[in-house]
Design a protein around this ligand. Structure first.
Ligand SMILES: Cc1cc2nc3c(=O)[nH]c(=O)nc-3n(C[C@H](O)[C@H](O)[C@H](O)COP(=O)(O)OP(=O)(O)OC[C@H]3O[C@@H](n4cnc5c(N)ncnc54)[C@H](O)[C@@H]3O)c2cc1C
Length: 564
């Protein structure tokens, strides 16, 4: 009888346990061992912000199966016949001898574990900024359950009325909500000119605007110079290039990088993004060594280049394929579309594919459309606005990416877009997708389809649009354009873009003499649907200089004015 296959896995959170479970199902005889330096395994890292805020009350829920069974080492041993060595660090891989050197952290004892197949699932570690004072008390990070325990304790003690989050990425945003929920006043300090670099600037600015409305102090384009402590060694203020903020707690969340120390030392190929290079079977450059999760470099289907996409959704899929490959069963992971979603207070935020900025950085020409509107018919209770920005290739008419934000169901639209991108669809195909419709779920012409149609109109030269960024730049530069508001008097008085002239849609034909033919005209309304009507009317009257504001005032993240 053949010897059982020895599968060794380093890392016990998402990719590692998933690989173990898959390998076990495919090979009932294999000897499977997970080596994890921490004490807690198989937990939902993505749920940590909700545990800190108290929305998830039970810590064990993060480590339990849907029916409440704790996924601890005893569970893995009994149910899955997988040995889990917690508190054990893998210190070196010996690919020639096919052994893994490990050290038991409590005793310091070392040993060499033999393997036939090794899976590296070591994840990613927070980037430590070179900021003086970063080691003061109450300067915290959020990566593991133990970090969340400390943060939650602080929040429960109500000892942190003022908190600063350094870094305006996904975790920074989720933690802003968590701290605010606990009653702390939160300042987000971000070095870049915008929050959420995964979005185009004007889309991120909409999220920022919403956060400000909810009382969050946002400081973009701001550099942290140092953290200052009190006499007890706890952080007392953060000094930035725009002033000093007194506070009681700082969360550092400026990003993470793949944890590849073991892989590098063993001579495995590391890619340009810093992740371990794997093929579509998740095999590394060294035979019989596989890798999965945040420690690997991804193939990005949208950008057609390697990327670093540290997400639980991806880690689980990669872990499954790595487990199958290690068990000798054919499976493939084709890569990612750079899809991500998060909740920022009462807003849903998501993206997939390429943003306009990312396309620009690769030299890819694009055409874009930003649309805004309700996620279901306006008459149906609970309808909420969504803003979508679609990016397409003008040469092939292929959809390249979509971003969605707003209190409405943005994520559902992004999931449809992921499918369209994966299938390589054109905007014409997206515009005629047979999406499910009933008033509780969407409009008869879903907002994604509406966006695809606007893109088609743009590609066919039927409409010319300007983005909020483009219009804002033109206005700031004092370009003498004519800003035409075609809404009602009431809407105009409630909030308008500064400098706009009101000519309600119904009066556009009769008052056309007030609209200049020799200046650039930009028309807008709430969503730019009426502006599109107005531009068609004006085109009929011989105007050749009319554009519409993409997405209307609903997608305008900048200042507005009100009053008569
Ligand atoms: C606050 C927060 C919110 C998140 N929200 C989302 C979300 O909404 N959606 C989403 O898709 N993703 C989210 N993520 C990301 C997601 O949690 C990670 O992508 C996922 O956990 C990666 O899994 P992994 O197994 O690759 O690595 P990890 O979860 O990092 O696990 C790696 C493990 O390997 C262990 N290890 C490392 N080196 C060694 C060694 N030498 N020896 C032994 N053990 C070692 C580490 O101790 C660690 O436990 C979030 C993450 C955080 C922190």
């Amino acid at each position: 009888m053949a010897e059982p296959l020895r599968i060794l896995i380093v890392g016990g959170v998402a990719a590692g346990p998933k690989a173990a479970a898959r390998a076990r199902r495919l090979d009932p005889d294999a000897e499977i061992t997970i080596v994890e330096k921490g004490q807690v395994i198989s937990y939902a890292g993505c749920g940590l912000p909700y545990y800190v805020s108290g929305m998830v009350e039970d810590r064990n829920a993060l480590m339990a199966s849907p029916i409440g069974v704790l996924r601890d080492p005893a569970f893995f041993a009994k149910v899955k016949r997988v040995t889990v060595l917690t508190g054990t660090e893998a210190v070196a891989i010996n690919p020639e001898g096919k052994t893994l050197d490990v050290r038991e952290l409590d005793s310091g004892e070392t040993s060499a574990l033999p393997y036939d197949r090794l899976i590296i699932a070591t994840g990613a570690d927070p980037v430590e900024p070179p900021i003086p004072g970063k080691d003061l008390g109450n300067v915290l990070r959020l990566k593991q359950v133990i970090d969340a325990d400390v943060l939650r304790e602080q929040m429960l003690s109500k000892a942190c009325p003022r908190v600063a989050i350094i870094g305006g990425g996904l975790i920074g945003m989720e933690m802003t909500e968590a701290f605010t929920h606990c009653g702390s006043a939160v300042t987000v300090v971000e070095m870049l000119p915008q929050l959420l670099a995964m979005l185009d600037p004007e889309i991120a600015a909409l999220v920022e605007k919403r956060m400000r409305q909810l009382g969050v102090h946002v400081m973009t384009a701001t550099r942290v110079e140092r953290l200052v402590g009190d006499e007890d060694g706890n952080v007392a203020s953060v000094v930035t290039d725009r002033g000093e903020l007194p506070l009681q707690l700082v969360l550092l969340s400026i990003g993470i990088r793949p944890n590849t120390a073991l892989a590098r030392a063993a001579g495995l190929e590391i890619g340009p993004t810093g992740g371990i290079v794997v093929d579509d079977r998740m095999e590394t450059s060294v035979p019989d060594i596989f890798a999965a999760g945040d420690c690997t470099e991804k193939r990005c289907g949208a950008a057609k280049r390697p990327c670093f996409m540290p997400l639980g959704s991806v880690a689980n899929k990669e872990g499954r394929v790595a487990g199958a490959s290690a068990a000798g069963v054919a499976d493939r992971f084709p890569g990612v579309m750079s899809t991500a979603a998060l909740k920022v207070f009462d807003w849903n935020v998501a993206r997939t594919g390429l943003t306009e900025a990312e396309a620009g950085s690769t030299g890819q020409p694009v055409v874009t459309a930003t649309v805004s509107g309700p996620d279901r018919p306006h008459y149906y209770p609970g309808a909420k606005p969504v803003v979508l920005k679609l990016v397409a290739d003008p040469a092939t008419r292929r959809l390249l990416g979509v971003q969605g934000v707003g209190p409405g169901e943005a994520v559902k639209r992004i999931d449809v877009a992921v499918t369209a991108l994966t299938a390589g669809m054109t905007v014409d195909q997206v515009a005629n997708l047979d999406l499910a419709y009933a008033p509780p779920y969407s409009e008869a012409m879903d907002i994604l389809i509406h966006g695809a149609n606007i893109l088609r109109n743009k590609l066919d030269g039927l409409v010319r649009g300007v983005t909020a960024v483009g219009l804002h730049e033109a206005l700031s530069a004092g370009e003498g354009l004519f800003l035409l508001d075609v809404r009602t008097q009431d809407e105009h008085d409630t909030a308008r873009i500064p400098g706009s002239v009101l000519v309600p849609l119904g009066a556009v034909r009769t008052r056309a003499a007030e609209i200049p033919r020799d200046r650039r005209v930009v028309a807008y309304c709430k969503t730019s649907l009426r502006a599109w009507e107005a531009s068609c009317m004006l085109a009929g009257l011989g105007y050749e200089n009319v554009e519409i504001l993409d997405g209307g005032i609903l997608a305008w993240p900048y200042e507005t004015e009100e009053g008569v």
